[in-house]
Design a protein around this ligand. Structure first.
Ligand code: RRO
Length: 302
């Protein structure tokens, strides 16, 4: 009932793991796959190993989490060993893999994407990390840089390429327009919303990096509005992400125009099997409303 086809790829359901959560190792990805996700997205992987920002890197706040992990990862050459270890198992479970890639320029994005391509079904370009100077949103806040990175990767790989967008811009449609012009096959929205928390006893910012990105329930209305705007303006599939914890949240994103959703912080709220729970809740809703999944994608625009 939840089978979903995006860019010709079949997913057993449209509820995926978001990048940055449980995506650092093959065994973590497998744990999430067992929780019922239709696809898992890797941690964002770069050319070289990166230790990330100094601690604390995450803090719980009202309505979610602030993080400034700082793109910690072992580098693509080490990371592909993790994927090699679990790819077959995930395949047997009918779970697809989305490879999240970051870089400082076109060359790095292309090099990592080409290495990642052999092990994943879709490349997700992280042009949206809110707190990694020279990476992420430094690119995704600039339409020209966004265009050139997406164009270069599109020319270099054969599998579908999605761009993950940052909400930390004045006009997200300008950035989306640039990446769609560059030929991306789909959009992922949204990455975290820039924010900060201060320890009033220490009289200092809590995060080692001082500021970070807000995820969790608090950002859902921001994500919904952005997915709505993208659906109104572009003809490519959209994956909605930001504050999804329940089937109702996922349905809201789908009604705004998302063909699939990703869950990150929600794993904290409802456990590894949140994916199965959300799928069951979507199915219950569809039965109650006598609707099929495809009927609800973008239905709120009608
Ligand atoms: O690693 C991080 O700190 C991080 C990344 Br790559 C991202 O895309 N979004 C985010 O909130 N944190």
């Amino acid at each position: 009932m939840l089978k979903t086809v995006i860019c010709g790829i079949e997913f057993k359901n449209p509820v995926f793991l978001a990048s940055g959560i449980m995506g650092e190792t093959g065994s973590a990805l497998k744990r999430i796959a067992k929780g019922g996700s239709g696809a898992v997205t890797t941690k964002s992987i770069g050319k070289e190993p990166n230790p990330g920002h100094r601690n604390p890197t995450i803090v719980e706040v009202d309505g979610g989490f602030l993080n400034a992990m700082g793109l910690p990862n072992p580098g693509i050459d080490e990371y592909v060993k993790e994927l090699q270890r679990v790819r077959e198992d995930l395949n047997k479970m009918n779970v697809r893999i989305i490879g999240s890639v970051y870089g400082k320029d076109e060359e790095e994005f292309v090099e990592v994407s080409k290495k990642m391509e052999k092990y994943v079904d879709i490349i997700e370009l992280n042009i949206s990390c809110p707190h990694a100077k020279g990476y992420g949103a430094t690119i995704g806040q600039n339409p020209e840089l966004s265009y050139s990175v997406c164009k270069a990767v599109k020319k270099s790989v054969k599998i579908p390429v999605f761009a993950k967008l940052t909400p930390n811009v004045t006009d997200i449609l300008e950035i989306a327009n640039a990446v769609v012009d560059a030929g991306v096959d789909g959009l992922v929205a949204i990455n975290t919303v820039r924010g900060m928390a201060i320890d009033i006893r220490a009289k200092k910012p809590i995060l080692g990096n001082k500021f970070g990105g807000l995820s969790g329930k608090a950002i859902k209305p921001i994500g919904i509005k952005i997915v709505w705007d993208l659906y109104e303006n572009f003809d490519v599939p959209i994956i909605g992400v930001g504050g999804i914890v329940s089937g109702e949240d996922a349905i809201e994103y789908m009604m705004a125009g998302a063909s699939a959703v990703q869950i990150g912080s929600g794993v904290y709220y409802r456990g590894y099997d949140i994916f199965k729970k959300v799928c069951d809740e979507i199915i219950k809703f569809l039965k109650e409303e006598n609707l099929e999944l495809k009927d609800i994608i973008g239905i709120a625009h009608e």
